[in-house]
Design a protein around this ligand. Structure first.
Ligand SMILES: C[S@@+](CC[C@H](N)C(=O)[O-])C[C@H]1O[C@@H](n2cnc3c(N)ncnc32)[C@H](O)[C@@H]1O
Length: 370
């Protein structure tokens, strides 16, 4: 079955995600604002879910059209052959959002889309009542500047939820953002990595998974595994391929430090859940005591932001300390994410390169020194 997909991602990550999907063999990959489109089949669907480190979810793109009235929304949705995707007894909840559009009431759009699908399926299945007690086929819609997109969610829980994160009160960086930072820093099976503000260990774990070529979705379930229209072997094959690729004997090593005992314990727990505890060493340490080896190392880190953990002045003091404990060494690479526009002046050196990335809604830069 030929399918068209949309993979939403964080702003700033589109180009990296497009490259990741091309590497996976996806066809006609094109990056747009906050999402990447591509073509493929059922195997592509399973592979993208299991292997993608950077996308938030994998959606089947059913149809795109302009709609200014509820009547046209209803008519266009009703033309979609939903019977190819939704079986007689499947549940088909509808969720979505509308931005800068004439059809701005989300609950009303939801009702109209649901009604159009029901009418379509009534005709296709010649029944008037839907039990909706079998597989859940989640329909998502987006309406942006009157352009409607109707999609099927194949992931379910967002893909940044890899299944290794323990519950905690601290605010960690999203796994997909940590993976994007690691992608930009380039992780190899022999990389030596430091994170002096490791928090719950997200950057260290994402880097370790990348170094051992372990697919991030290997240990979790996806909503589409229950879809009746999908070949049952698609996910089985994707998982088998992922298992085959894992490299266990690598010299990658990651060192994580944090000033908080709770964070050190969390990093250990998360690393164990992710199956990378043998690649990561953690200890309690203040950044001012950081000692880096003389050559060949990477630091990828997410220091405290003024708004969230310390006040801005304290964050700026820490940037100054970072500049001192991260000197220009042989073969070094420092990758520091910060929302502070004057990070470089506190750090004491101009970055070799900068890259705009978003941490949630917060506009940040990844300051790269190499
Ligand atoms: C933004 S959080 C890092 C979150 C992390 N990336 C994650 O995914 O969980 C910043 C961390 O810096 C730690 N920290 C604050 N001051 C520190 C210092 N002087 N030395 C070392 N760590 C410090 C905090 O305990 C916090 O865990």
């Amino acid at each position: 079955m030929n399918l068209n997909f949309v993979a939403p991602c964080m702003f700033g990550v589109e180009g990296l995600l497009a490259t990741e999907l091309k590497r996976m063999g996806c066809k006609n990959v094109s990056a747009e604002n906050g999402r990447v489109k591509f073509d493929g089949d059922e195997n592509t669907l399973a592979k993208a879910n299991v292997f993608s480190r950077l996308s938030e979810r994998i959606l089947i793109n059913l149809k795109e059209f302009k709609a200014l009235t509820f009547d046209s929304l209803f008519d266009e949705v009703k033309k979609i052959p939903f019977e190819n995707f939704i079986s007689k007894n499947d549940a088909f909840p509808v969720v979505g959002y509308s931005i800068n559009s004439s059809l701005h009431s989300v609950p009303n759009c939801q009702k109209i889309i649901k009604k159009a699908i029901v009418e379509r399926l009534k005709e296709a299945y010649k029944i008037s009542w839907f039990k909706e007690d079998a597989a859940k086929v989640l329909i998502r819609f987006s309406i942006i500047k009157d352009s409607v997109c109707i999609m099927i969610d194949t992931s379910g829980e967002a893909l940044h939820k890899r299944g290794y994160r323990a519950h905690s009160s601290i605010a960690p960086i999203k796994e997909t953002l940590a993976a994007a930072m690691c992608e930009l820093a380039r992780i190899f099976p022999d990389t030596i990595l430091y994170d002096p503000f490791c928090g719950s260990g997200t950057i260290l774990i994402e880097a370790a998974l990348m170094a051992m070529k372990k697919a991030p979705g290997l240990n979790r379930k996806f909503l589409s595994e229950n879809f009746g229209f999908l070949n049952k072997n698609a996910f089985k094959n994707a998982r088998a391929e992922a298992l085959d690729l894992i490299e266990k004997n690598i010299s990658f090593k990651a060192f994580g430090y944090d000033i908080s005992d709770e964070c050190i314990a969390l990093t250990k727990e998360n690393a164990k859940k992710a199956g990378v505890e043998n690649l990561i060493e953690v200890k309690k340490q203040d950044v001012k005591d950081l000692k880096l080896p003389e050559d060949r190392l990477k630091v990828i880190t997410n220091p405290p932001y003024g708004e969230r953990l310390l006040d801005i002045k304290k964050a700026e003091e820490l940037y100054k300390i970072e500049g001192k404990v991260m000197p220009e060494l042989k073969g070094y690479g420092y990758f520091i994410i910060s929302p502070h526009d004057e990070f470089e002046s506190f750090f004491g050196r101009e970055a070799t390169k900068k890259r705009k990335l978003y941490n949630g809604m917060l506009k940040c830069s990844l300051y790269m020194y190499f």
